[in-house]
Ligand binder design. Structure first.
Ligand code: F6P
Length: 338
């Protein structure tokens, strides 16, 4: 193996830069030249591919985003488009590709590998929805952003007797919502995997008020049936019953912009090194990530197109940890007192 390429694809995740650096330097250390592909699969198709030197990836492992750029490229599902991408790679004598990305990106890796091109994926998405890895590069940093926002909202909420509804990213996966809700001490957590009737949410907030909590927190996954806007729509008509004034904050892309945490940087370094090791051993067609606590690999054909669920026992635990002492009776109206 003499030449490989690396790309980042899909939504950026904190730690992607550390992964690019790790892949590049681990490959150079083995005498392999590395090319960087700009803007994910789009750059592969448009031949936006340049050599990466060791110094080009210097000073980036502490930065968020991706120096290679990223994009979503739905047309990559077309065979003719993928053929064009492979032609661009072979014209440069590139023998293998490393794809740093999440679910859609690894479906693309699998498709290239099925066409006979050696690919190794590195699991990186804030959503943590990839089947296979325990936790993907970017999740820890995004989670800490959500948690910091939650902590701040609780501080202001307690001063004004506001309840906060915080919507976190995660596409159709509730992992970020579940974990930030558990860590943030949420009164309720609404997930795509397990939603809650809004009248039950009314009860949760009433319970919090009855138990003299100065603020209450509801964490909502963006993919939940009742996301922040659906909840606010409902509560506009029912707000006076809650015992708090309700405010909503949608965190959105703020979660993706963080500098990577120590955990994500270490994970990225280890995954980058492992990906090069697998290439050298000829074990392509696999996805590298943290699996059962170890850096390992899973065949792309076992995970492509599949998503991972969340551990609903943790939702149960979050509910238990918020178990109120006083329960509301009947359909009473709570008036906030200061
Ligand atoms: O997959 C990462 C992610 O941030 C999801 O959590 C979110 O649903 C989506 O990307 C947003 O996509 P875009 O950046 O294209 O708006």
């Amino acid at each position: 193996m003499k030449k490989i390429a690396v790309l980042t694809s899909g939504g950026n995740a904190p730690g992607m830069n550390a992964a690019i650096r790790a892949v590049t330097r681990a490959a150079l250390a083995e005498g392999i030249d590395v090319y960087g592909v700009r803007q994910g699969y789009r750059g592969l198709v448009e031949d936006d591919i340049e050599p990466l030197s060791s110094s080009a990836v210097g000073g980036i492992c502490h930065t968020g985003g991706t120096v290679l750029g990223s994009a979503r490229c739905p047309e990559f599902s077309e065979l003719e488009i993928r053929k064009r991408a492979l032609e661009n790679l072979s014209r440069k004598g590139i023998e293998a590709l490393i794809v740093i990305g999440g679910n859609g990106s690894q479906t693309g890796s699998h498709a290239l590998h099925e066409m006979g091109f050696p690919v190794v994926g590195i699991a990186s998405t804030i959503d943590n929805d990839l089947a296979g890895p325990d936790i993907t590069i970017g999740v820890d940093s995004a989670l800490n952003v959500a948690l910091e926002a939650i902590d701040r909202l609780k501080t202001t909420g307690a001063s004004h007797r506001f309840a906060f509804l915080v919507e976190v990213m995660g596409r159709n996966c509730g992992y970020l919502a579940l974990m930030s809700g558990l860590a943030g001490g949420a009164e309720a957590i609404l997930l795509p995997e397990k939603d809650m009737e809004l009248e039950d949410l009314v009860i949760k907030l009433k319970e919090a008020a009855l138990n003299k909590k100065t603020t209450a927190l509801v964490v909502v996954a963006e993919g939940a049936k009742n996301n922040a806007s659906a909840c606010m729509e409902y509560f506009r008509a029912h707000g006076e019953r809650l015992g708090y004034q309700l405010r909503a904050t949608v965190l959105g892309h703020i979660q993706r912009g963080a500098a990577p945490s120590a955990f994500d940087r270490v994970l990225a370094a280890r995954c980058g090194g492992k990906a090069i090791q697998l290439l050298l051993e000829g074990q392509t067609g696999s996805l590298v990530g943290l699996m059962k606590g170890e850096i390992g690999a899973v065949p792309l054909n076992e995970i492509a197109g599949k998503t991972k669920g969340v551990d609903l026992q943790l939702l149960h635990l979050a509910e238990q940890l918020n178990c109120p002492t006083v329960k509301p009776e009947g359909d009473f109206v709570l008036v906030p007192k200061f």
